[in-house]
Design a protein around this ligand. Structure first.
Ligand code: AMP
Length: 467
Protein backbone atom coordinates (compact mmCIF):
# COMPACT_ATOMS: atom_id res chain seq x y z
CA UNK A 1 0.00 0.00 0.00
CA UNK A 2 1.31 3.42 -0.78
CA UNK A 3 1.05 6.41 1.46
CA UNK A 4 2.33 9.82 0.54
CA UNK A 5 5.89 9.91 1.79
CA UNK A 6 8.22 12.01 -0.26
CA UNK A 7 11.66 12.27 -1.76
CA UNK A 8 12.51 8.65 -2.21
CA UNK A 9 13.98 8.59 -5.71
CA UNK A 10 15.64 6.41 -8.28
CA UNK A 11 18.59 7.29 -10.48
CA UNK A 12 20.10 5.69 -13.54
CA UNK A 13 22.88 6.55 -16.00
CA UNK A 14 24.61 5.17 -19.09
CA UNK A 15 28.00 6.06 -20.51
CA UNK A 16 29.39 5.11 -23.92
CA UNK A 17 26.44 3.46 -25.63
CA UNK A 18 24.77 4.65 -28.87
CA UNK A 19 21.34 4.02 -27.32
CA UNK A 20 22.07 5.86 -24.08
CA UNK A 21 18.70 7.62 -23.74
CA UNK A 22 16.70 4.49 -24.66
CA UNK A 23 18.58 2.42 -22.11
CA UNK A 24 18.13 5.10 -19.47
CA UNK A 25 14.41 5.07 -20.20
CA UNK A 26 14.35 1.31 -19.57
CA UNK A 27 16.46 1.67 -16.45
CA UNK A 28 14.04 4.25 -15.06
CA UNK A 29 11.16 1.99 -15.98
CA UNK A 30 12.65 -0.73 -13.76
CA UNK A 31 13.11 1.84 -10.97
CA UNK A 32 9.59 3.25 -11.20
CA UNK A 33 8.75 1.87 -7.74
CA UNK A 34 11.24 4.40 -6.30
CA UNK A 35 9.29 7.38 -7.58
CA UNK A 36 6.11 8.07 -9.50
CA UNK A 37 5.76 11.83 -9.30
CA UNK A 38 8.04 12.90 -12.13
CA UNK A 39 10.75 11.56 -14.37
CA UNK A 40 13.47 13.03 -16.52
CA UNK A 41 16.40 12.17 -18.75
CA UNK A 42 19.37 14.32 -19.78
CA UNK A 43 21.63 13.09 -22.57
CA UNK A 44 24.94 14.25 -23.96
CA UNK A 45 26.26 13.98 -27.51
CA UNK A 46 29.72 15.20 -26.61
CA UNK A 47 29.07 18.84 -27.33
CA UNK A 48 25.76 19.64 -25.66
CA UNK A 49 23.20 18.45 -23.11
CA UNK A 50 19.60 17.59 -24.02
CA UNK A 51 16.88 17.33 -21.41
CA UNK A 52 13.30 16.19 -21.09
CA UNK A 53 11.34 15.92 -17.87
CA UNK A 54 7.70 15.93 -16.94
CA UNK A 55 5.31 15.06 -14.18
CA UNK A 56 4.02 11.50 -14.36
CA UNK A 57 5.17 7.96 -14.94
CA UNK A 58 8.13 7.03 -17.13
CA UNK A 59 5.87 5.29 -19.65
CA UNK A 60 3.61 8.35 -19.86
CA UNK A 61 6.43 10.83 -20.36
CA UNK A 62 8.72 9.16 -22.87
CA UNK A 63 7.89 7.80 -26.30
CA UNK A 64 10.05 7.20 -29.35
CA UNK A 65 9.66 10.80 -30.50
CA UNK A 66 10.80 12.25 -27.19
CA UNK A 67 13.67 9.77 -26.91
CA UNK A 68 14.84 10.68 -30.42
CA UNK A 69 15.31 14.21 -29.19
CA UNK A 70 17.81 12.94 -26.58
CA UNK A 71 20.86 12.08 -28.71
CA UNK A 72 24.33 10.97 -27.71
CA UNK A 73 26.24 8.16 -26.05
CA UNK A 74 25.62 9.09 -22.45
CA UNK A 75 22.60 9.95 -20.36
CA UNK A 76 21.35 10.17 -16.78
CA UNK A 77 17.79 9.88 -15.52
CA UNK A 78 15.71 10.30 -12.39
CA UNK A 79 12.35 9.25 -11.00
CA UNK A 80 10.86 11.09 -8.06
CA UNK A 81 8.43 9.85 -5.46
CA UNK A 82 4.78 10.75 -5.49
CA UNK A 83 3.55 13.40 -3.08
CA UNK A 84 0.10 14.21 -1.92
CA UNK A 85 -1.47 17.26 -3.51
CA UNK A 86 0.29 19.57 -5.91
CA UNK A 87 3.79 18.89 -6.98
CA UNK A 88 6.01 20.99 -9.16
CA UNK A 89 7.77 20.42 -12.44
CA UNK A 90 10.48 22.80 -11.27
CA UNK A 91 11.47 20.20 -8.67
CA UNK A 92 11.66 17.38 -11.23
CA UNK A 93 15.16 16.09 -11.92
CA UNK A 94 17.73 15.84 -13.42
CA UNK A 95 18.51 19.54 -12.97
CA UNK A 96 20.54 21.06 -15.79
CA UNK A 97 22.68 24.17 -15.43
CA UNK A 98 25.31 25.93 -17.42
CA UNK A 99 28.40 27.30 -15.74
CA UNK A 100 31.67 28.82 -16.93
CA UNK A 101 32.93 25.53 -18.41
CA UNK A 102 29.73 24.28 -20.09
CA UNK A 103 26.71 22.29 -19.00
CA UNK A 104 26.17 20.08 -15.99
CA UNK A 105 23.22 17.88 -15.05
CA UNK A 106 22.56 16.30 -11.67
CA UNK A 107 20.27 13.53 -10.39
CA UNK A 108 20.00 12.88 -6.65
CA UNK A 109 18.59 10.16 -4.43
CA UNK A 110 18.76 11.06 -0.77
CA UNK A 111 18.35 14.06 1.45
CA UNK A 112 20.87 16.67 2.53
CA UNK A 113 20.71 17.65 6.18
CA UNK A 114 22.50 21.01 5.93
CA UNK A 115 20.94 22.22 2.68
CA UNK A 116 19.00 25.06 4.23
CA UNK A 117 22.00 26.61 5.93
CA UNK A 118 24.08 26.28 2.77
CA UNK A 119 21.30 27.71 0.66
CA UNK A 120 20.94 30.75 2.90
CA UNK A 121 24.67 31.39 2.68
CA UNK A 122 24.65 31.03 -1.11
CA UNK A 123 21.62 33.31 -1.44
CA UNK A 124 23.38 35.95 0.65
CA UNK A 125 26.20 35.78 -1.88
CA UNK A 126 23.71 36.38 -4.70
CA UNK A 127 22.87 32.88 -5.89
CA UNK A 128 19.41 32.48 -7.46
CA UNK A 129 17.72 29.12 -6.98
CA UNK A 130 15.31 27.62 -9.51
CA UNK A 131 13.75 24.97 -7.29
CA UNK A 132 12.99 24.18 -3.68
CA UNK A 133 15.10 21.04 -3.79
CA UNK A 134 18.15 20.52 -1.59
CA UNK A 135 19.94 19.03 -4.61
CA UNK A 136 20.30 22.42 -6.25
CA UNK A 137 22.70 23.48 -3.51
CA UNK A 138 25.21 20.94 -4.81
CA UNK A 139 25.24 22.55 -8.23
CA UNK A 140 25.77 26.03 -6.82
CA UNK A 141 28.69 24.73 -4.78
CA UNK A 142 30.00 22.99 -7.89
CA UNK A 143 29.84 26.19 -9.92
CA UNK A 144 31.42 28.23 -7.10
CA UNK A 145 34.49 25.97 -6.89
CA UNK A 146 37.02 27.77 -9.06
CA UNK A 147 38.86 24.61 -10.03
CA UNK A 148 38.90 22.05 -12.79
CA UNK A 149 38.46 19.26 -13.77
CA UNK A 150 34.80 18.60 -13.06
CA UNK A 151 35.47 15.80 -10.59
CA UNK A 152 37.50 18.21 -8.44
CA UNK A 153 34.52 20.55 -8.38
CA UNK A 154 32.26 17.67 -7.42
CA UNK A 155 34.61 16.73 -4.58
CA UNK A 156 34.78 20.35 -3.40
CA UNK A 157 30.97 20.56 -3.40
CA UNK A 158 30.47 17.26 -1.64
CA UNK A 159 32.92 18.24 1.09
CA UNK A 160 30.46 21.01 2.06
CA UNK A 161 27.32 18.91 2.21
CA UNK A 162 26.03 16.57 4.88
CA UNK A 163 23.40 13.88 4.71
CA UNK A 164 22.44 11.15 2.32
CA UNK A 165 23.23 11.17 -1.36
CA UNK A 166 23.64 8.87 -4.26
CA UNK A 167 24.34 11.29 -7.07
CA UNK A 168 24.87 11.23 -10.81
CA UNK A 169 26.40 14.13 -12.72
CA UNK A 170 26.62 14.42 -16.49
CA UNK A 171 28.53 16.93 -18.53
CA UNK A 172 29.40 16.93 -22.21
CA UNK A 173 32.33 14.57 -21.69
CA UNK A 174 31.79 12.40 -18.67
CA UNK A 175 29.49 10.80 -16.16
CA UNK A 176 30.33 11.15 -12.48
CA UNK A 177 28.72 8.98 -9.78
CA UNK A 178 29.03 9.64 -6.06
CA UNK A 179 27.81 8.02 -2.86
CA UNK A 180 27.90 9.71 0.54
CA UNK A 181 30.44 8.46 3.11
CA UNK A 182 27.81 6.50 5.07
CA UNK A 183 26.30 5.03 1.89
CA UNK A 184 22.72 5.55 3.07
CA UNK A 185 21.22 5.00 -0.39
CA UNK A 186 22.22 2.23 -2.79
CA UNK A 187 24.17 2.75 -6.02
CA UNK A 188 25.44 0.00 -8.29
CA UNK A 189 27.78 -0.19 -11.26
CA UNK A 190 27.32 -2.40 -14.30
CA UNK A 191 28.83 -3.08 -17.68
CA UNK A 192 27.29 -3.29 -21.12
CA UNK A 193 29.02 -4.67 -24.21
CA UNK A 194 29.43 -1.05 -25.13
CA UNK A 195 29.75 1.20 -22.12
CA UNK A 196 28.86 1.35 -18.46
CA UNK A 197 25.75 1.84 -16.40
CA UNK A 198 25.08 3.09 -12.88
CA UNK A 199 21.80 2.92 -11.03
CA UNK A 200 19.98 2.72 -7.74
CA UNK A 201 19.29 -1.02 -7.91
CA UNK A 202 20.42 -4.05 -9.88
CA UNK A 203 16.90 -4.74 -11.18
CA UNK A 204 17.54 -1.88 -13.61
CA UNK A 205 20.76 -3.52 -14.80
CA UNK A 206 18.97 -6.82 -15.35
CA UNK A 207 16.34 -5.23 -17.56
CA UNK A 208 18.90 -3.95 -20.06
CA UNK A 209 21.14 -7.00 -19.93
CA UNK A 210 23.97 -5.22 -18.13
CA UNK A 211 26.43 -7.22 -16.09
CA UNK A 212 26.61 -6.23 -12.42
CA UNK A 213 30.19 -5.25 -11.58
CA UNK A 214 29.91 -4.05 -7.98
CA UNK A 215 28.27 -1.58 -5.66
CA UNK A 216 29.76 1.89 -5.65
CA UNK A 217 31.36 2.15 -2.22
CA UNK A 218 30.27 4.55 0.51
CA UNK A 219 32.30 7.73 0.07
CA UNK A 220 33.43 6.73 -3.42
CA UNK A 221 33.32 8.99 -6.46
CA UNK A 222 33.62 7.46 -9.92
CA UNK A 223 34.34 9.20 -13.17
CA UNK A 224 33.43 7.40 -16.37
CA UNK A 225 34.84 8.97 -19.53
CA UNK A 226 36.80 8.05 -22.64
CA UNK A 227 39.75 7.04 -20.46
CA UNK A 228 37.59 4.45 -18.66
CA UNK A 229 36.62 4.38 -15.00
CA UNK A 230 38.52 6.15 -12.27
CA UNK A 231 37.73 5.88 -8.56
CA UNK A 232 38.29 8.55 -5.89
CA UNK A 233 37.94 8.30 -2.11
CA UNK A 234 38.26 11.90 -0.97
CA UNK A 235 36.48 11.63 2.42
CA UNK A 236 37.70 10.30 5.75
CA UNK A 237 36.32 6.79 6.24
CA UNK A 238 33.25 6.54 8.49
CA UNK A 239 31.02 3.62 9.45
CA UNK A 240 28.58 2.63 6.70
CA UNK A 241 24.92 3.35 7.51
CA UNK A 242 22.91 1.63 4.82
CA UNK A 243 19.19 2.35 5.02
CA UNK A 244 17.49 -0.71 6.49
CA UNK A 245 14.15 0.51 5.13
CA UNK A 246 15.36 -0.26 1.60
CA UNK A 247 15.19 -3.91 2.64
CA UNK A 248 11.92 -3.59 4.53
CA UNK A 249 9.92 -1.68 1.95
CA UNK A 250 11.56 0.33 -0.82
CA UNK A 251 13.85 -1.70 -2.99
CA UNK A 252 12.56 -4.26 -5.45
CA UNK A 253 12.81 -7.87 -4.22
CA UNK A 254 14.79 -8.92 -7.31
CA UNK A 255 17.52 -6.36 -6.58
CA UNK A 256 20.87 -6.96 -4.97
CA UNK A 257 21.94 -4.03 -2.80
CA UNK A 258 24.01 -3.52 0.35
CA UNK A 259 25.53 -6.97 -0.08
CA UNK A 260 22.22 -8.89 -0.04
CA UNK A 261 19.37 -9.88 -2.30
CA UNK A 262 16.30 -7.96 -1.13
CA UNK A 263 13.89 -10.89 -1.50
CA UNK A 264 16.05 -13.17 0.61
CA UNK A 265 16.29 -10.60 3.40
CA UNK A 266 12.52 -10.02 3.36
CA UNK A 267 11.84 -13.77 3.44
CA UNK A 268 14.20 -14.05 6.43
CA UNK A 269 12.25 -11.25 8.15
CA UNK A 270 9.13 -13.40 7.83
CA UNK A 271 10.88 -16.48 9.20
CA UNK A 272 12.21 -14.49 12.14
CA UNK A 273 8.77 -12.98 12.74
CA UNK A 274 7.15 -16.43 12.85
CA UNK A 275 9.69 -17.43 15.50
CA UNK A 276 9.10 -14.32 17.58
CA UNK A 277 5.32 -14.16 17.29
CA UNK A 278 3.83 -17.58 16.63
CA UNK A 279 0.07 -17.79 16.28
CA UNK A 280 -2.56 -20.48 15.91
CA UNK A 281 -4.18 -19.72 12.57
CA UNK A 282 -5.56 -21.30 9.41
CA UNK A 283 -3.98 -19.11 6.74
CA UNK A 284 -1.31 -16.45 6.20
CA UNK A 285 -2.20 -13.67 3.82
CA UNK A 286 0.18 -11.02 2.47
CA UNK A 287 -0.68 -7.35 2.07
CA UNK A 288 0.26 -6.76 -1.58
CA UNK A 289 2.85 -6.23 -2.77
CA UNK A 290 5.41 -5.44 -0.12
CA UNK A 291 4.08 -8.06 2.31
CA UNK A 292 4.66 -11.00 -0.04
CA UNK A 293 8.24 -12.11 0.65
CA UNK A 294 7.87 -11.95 4.45
CA UNK A 295 4.59 -13.88 4.21
CA UNK A 296 6.36 -16.63 2.31
CA UNK A 297 8.96 -16.83 5.08
CA UNK A 298 6.30 -16.70 7.81
CA UNK A 299 4.26 -19.46 6.18
CA UNK A 300 7.36 -21.58 5.61
CA UNK A 301 8.46 -21.39 9.26
CA UNK A 302 5.02 -21.63 10.88
CA UNK A 303 3.66 -24.30 8.57
CA UNK A 304 0.49 -22.19 8.11
CA UNK A 305 -0.54 -22.23 4.44
CA UNK A 306 -0.22 -19.08 2.39
CA UNK A 307 -3.33 -17.80 0.60
CA UNK A 308 -4.03 -14.77 -1.53
CA UNK A 309 -6.63 -13.09 0.64
CA UNK A 310 -6.03 -9.54 -0.61
CA UNK A 311 -5.77 -8.52 -4.25
CA UNK A 312 -4.26 -5.29 -5.43
CA UNK A 313 -5.38 -3.25 -8.40
CA UNK A 314 -2.08 -2.53 -10.17
CA UNK A 315 -3.54 0.11 -12.41
CA UNK A 316 -4.23 2.72 -9.76
CA UNK A 317 -2.05 5.46 -11.10
CA UNK A 318 -1.68 9.15 -10.90
CA UNK A 319 -4.50 9.59 -13.37
CA UNK A 320 -7.05 8.25 -10.90
CA UNK A 321 -9.66 10.92 -10.29
CA UNK A 322 -11.07 11.05 -6.79
CA UNK A 323 -14.78 10.46 -7.02
CA UNK A 324 -17.30 12.84 -5.51
CA UNK A 325 -17.33 13.28 -1.74
CA UNK A 326 -20.52 11.26 -1.49
CA UNK A 327 -18.87 8.04 -2.68
CA UNK A 328 -15.36 8.55 -1.34
CA UNK A 329 -15.86 6.04 1.42
CA UNK A 330 -14.91 3.33 -1.09
CA UNK A 331 -11.51 4.37 0.27
CA UNK A 332 -9.04 1.58 0.53
CA UNK A 333 -10.89 -0.70 -1.91
CA UNK A 334 -9.67 1.41 -4.79
CA UNK A 335 -6.32 -0.28 -4.31
CA UNK A 336 -7.02 -3.44 -2.35
CA UNK A 337 -9.90 -5.84 -2.15
CA UNK A 338 -10.34 -9.01 -0.13
CA UNK A 339 -11.03 -12.45 -1.57
CA UNK A 340 -13.93 -13.23 0.72
CA UNK A 341 -14.18 -16.87 -0.28
CA UNK A 342 -10.56 -17.44 0.73
CA UNK A 343 -10.74 -15.87 4.16
CA UNK A 344 -14.32 -16.26 5.38
CA UNK A 345 -14.61 -18.23 8.67
CA UNK A 346 -10.83 -18.55 8.87
CA UNK A 347 -8.32 -17.55 11.52
CA UNK A 348 -6.21 -15.24 9.41
CA UNK A 349 -2.69 -13.83 9.93
CA UNK A 350 -2.20 -10.73 7.81
CA UNK A 351 1.42 -9.81 7.05
CA UNK A 352 2.52 -6.28 6.26
CA UNK A 353 6.00 -4.80 6.07
CA UNK A 354 5.47 -1.76 8.30
CA UNK A 355 3.02 0.44 10.14
CA UNK A 356 3.53 4.15 9.62
CA UNK A 357 0.49 6.19 10.63
CA UNK A 358 -1.63 3.12 11.09
CA UNK A 359 -4.49 4.54 9.05
CA UNK A 360 -4.32 2.41 5.89
CA UNK A 361 -3.57 -0.71 7.90
CA UNK A 362 -6.64 0.02 10.03
CA UNK A 363 -8.82 0.32 6.93
CA UNK A 364 -7.37 -2.89 5.52
CA UNK A 365 -8.19 -4.69 8.74
CA UNK A 366 -11.73 -3.44 8.69
CA UNK A 367 -12.05 -4.81 5.15
CA UNK A 368 -10.62 -8.17 6.26
CA UNK A 369 -12.92 -8.38 9.29
CA UNK A 370 -15.92 -7.47 7.20
CA UNK A 371 -15.11 -10.39 4.94
CA UNK A 372 -16.10 -12.69 7.76
CA UNK A 373 -12.82 -13.86 9.29
CA UNK A 374 -13.08 -15.86 12.50
CA UNK A 375 -9.97 -14.19 13.94
CA UNK A 376 -7.68 -11.53 12.51
CA UNK A 377 -4.02 -11.41 13.56
CA UNK A 378 -1.48 -8.91 12.28
CA UNK A 379 2.26 -9.49 11.97
CA UNK A 380 4.62 -6.71 10.91
CA UNK A 381 8.03 -7.57 9.44
CA UNK A 382 9.77 -4.55 10.97
CA UNK A 383 9.95 -2.95 14.43
CA UNK A 384 7.66 -0.05 15.40
CA UNK A 385 8.59 3.15 13.53
CA UNK A 386 9.17 5.84 16.14
CA UNK A 387 11.14 8.51 14.29
CA UNK A 388 11.10 10.26 10.92
CA UNK A 389 13.87 9.73 8.38
CA UNK A 390 16.15 12.62 7.46
CA UNK A 391 18.17 10.71 4.90
CA UNK A 392 16.02 10.34 1.86
CA UNK A 393 12.49 9.57 2.89
CA UNK A 394 10.30 12.48 3.84
CA UNK A 395 8.39 10.56 6.47
CA UNK A 396 5.49 11.96 8.43
CA UNK A 397 6.38 13.96 11.51
CA UNK A 398 7.10 12.09 14.72
CA UNK A 399 3.64 12.99 16.02
CA UNK A 400 2.00 11.28 13.05
CA UNK A 401 3.92 8.03 13.50
CA UNK A 402 1.51 5.95 15.54
CA UNK A 403 4.22 3.94 17.31
CA UNK A 404 5.97 7.09 18.55
CA UNK A 405 3.19 7.66 21.06
CA UNK A 406 1.30 4.35 21.35
CA UNK A 407 2.17 0.97 22.78
CA UNK A 408 1.79 -2.21 20.73
CA UNK A 409 -1.33 -3.04 22.74
CA UNK A 410 -2.81 0.41 21.99
CA UNK A 411 -2.06 -0.04 18.30
CA UNK A 412 -3.66 -3.49 18.37
CA UNK A 413 -6.82 -1.93 19.78
CA UNK A 414 -6.70 0.83 17.19
CA UNK A 415 -6.49 -1.79 14.42
CA UNK A 416 -9.22 -3.80 16.14
CA UNK A 417 -7.49 -7.14 15.67
CA UNK A 418 -7.02 -10.18 17.89
CA UNK A 419 -3.26 -9.92 18.10
CA UNK A 420 -0.44 -7.78 16.77
CA UNK A 421 3.23 -8.67 16.64
CA UNK A 422 6.13 -6.56 15.37
CA UNK A 423 9.54 -7.96 14.50
CA UNK A 424 12.12 -7.03 17.15
CA UNK A 425 15.14 -4.89 16.37
CA UNK A 426 17.40 -7.80 17.30
CA UNK A 427 15.44 -10.05 14.97
CA UNK A 428 15.77 -7.51 12.16
CA UNK A 429 19.51 -7.28 12.71
CA UNK A 430 19.86 -11.06 12.54
CA UNK A 431 18.44 -10.98 9.03
CA UNK A 432 21.26 -8.74 7.73
CA UNK A 433 23.99 -10.39 9.75
CA UNK A 434 26.99 -10.42 9.72
CA UNK A 435 26.82 -6.81 8.45
CA UNK A 436 24.17 -5.64 10.92
CA UNK A 437 26.40 -2.89 12.34
CA UNK A 438 26.61 -1.29 8.88
CA UNK A 439 22.94 -0.23 8.81
CA UNK A 440 20.99 2.85 9.87
CA UNK A 441 18.06 1.95 12.16
CA UNK A 442 17.18 5.54 13.12
CA UNK A 443 13.46 5.20 12.28
CA UNK A 444 13.22 2.39 14.84
CA UNK A 445 15.62 3.67 17.48
CA UNK A 446 15.62 7.46 17.18
CA UNK A 447 19.44 7.32 17.11
CA UNK A 448 20.48 9.39 14.13
CA UNK A 449 23.94 8.84 12.63
CA UNK A 450 24.00 12.42 11.29
CA UNK A 451 22.47 15.21 13.34
CA UNK A 452 18.89 15.80 12.28
CA UNK A 453 18.26 19.21 10.75
CA UNK A 454 16.03 21.56 12.76
CA UNK A 455 13.82 22.88 10.01
CA UNK A 456 15.17 22.02 6.62
CA UNK A 457 12.02 22.42 4.59
CA UNK A 458 12.48 25.24 2.14
CA UNK A 459 9.44 27.43 1.74
CA UNK A 460 8.93 29.54 -1.33
CA UNK A 461 7.96 33.03 -0.27
CA UNK A 462 6.74 33.94 -3.72
CA UNK A 463 4.50 32.38 -6.33
CA UNK A 464 5.50 31.11 -9.76
CA UNK A 465 2.88 30.21 -12.29
CA UNK A 466 3.92 27.26 -14.37
CA UNK A 467 2.84 27.51 -18.01
P1 AMP B 1 -0.05 3.23 7.52
O1 AMP B 1 -1.40 2.72 7.47
O2 AMP B 1 0.04 4.71 7.42
O3 AMP B 1 0.65 2.71 8.72
O4 AMP B 1 0.75 2.68 6.26
C1 AMP B 1 1.33 1.42 6.25
C2 AMP B 1 1.49 0.95 4.86
O5 AMP B 1 2.31 1.85 4.13
C3 AMP B 1 2.16 -0.41 4.78
O6 AMP B 1 1.34 -1.23 3.98
C4 AMP B 1 3.49 -0.18 4.08
O7 AMP B 1 3.74 -1.15 3.10
C5 AMP B 1 3.32 1.15 3.42
N1 AMP B 1 4.53 1.99 3.49
C6 AMP B 1 5.52 1.97 4.36
N2 AMP B 1 6.43 2.91 4.07
C7 AMP B 1 5.98 3.55 2.98
C8 AMP B 1 6.48 4.62 2.16
N3 AMP B 1 7.60 5.24 2.45
N4 AMP B 1 5.75 5.02 1.10
C9 AMP B 1 4.58 4.43 0.82
N5 AMP B 1 4.06 3.42 1.52
C10 AMP B 1 4.75 2.98 2.61
Amino acid sequence: MAIPWKEECGIFGVYGHPEAANLTYLGLYALQHRGQESAGIVSSDGSGLYAHKEMGLVSEIFDTEVLKRLPGRSAIGHVRYSTAGKSHLKNAQPFVFSYSKGGIAIAHNGNLTNARTLREELEKEGAIFQSTMDTEVVIHLFAHAQISPAVERVIAALKEIKGAYSLLFLNEKELIAARDPHGFRPLVLGRLKKGYVVGSETCALDLIGAEFIREIEPGEILTINEDGIQSFHPFPKVKPKFCIFEFIYFARPDSYIFGHNVYQVRRELGIQLAEEHPVEADIVIPTPDSGFPASIGFSHRSGIPLELGIIRNHYVGRTFIEPKESIRHFGVKIKLNSVKEAIRDKRVVVLDDSIVRGTTVRKNMRMIRNSGTKETHVRISSPPIIGPCFYGIDTPTKEELIASSHSVEEIRRFLRVHSLGYLSLEGLKKCVSPREEEFCYACFTGEYPIKAPKEEKIQLNFFIKEV
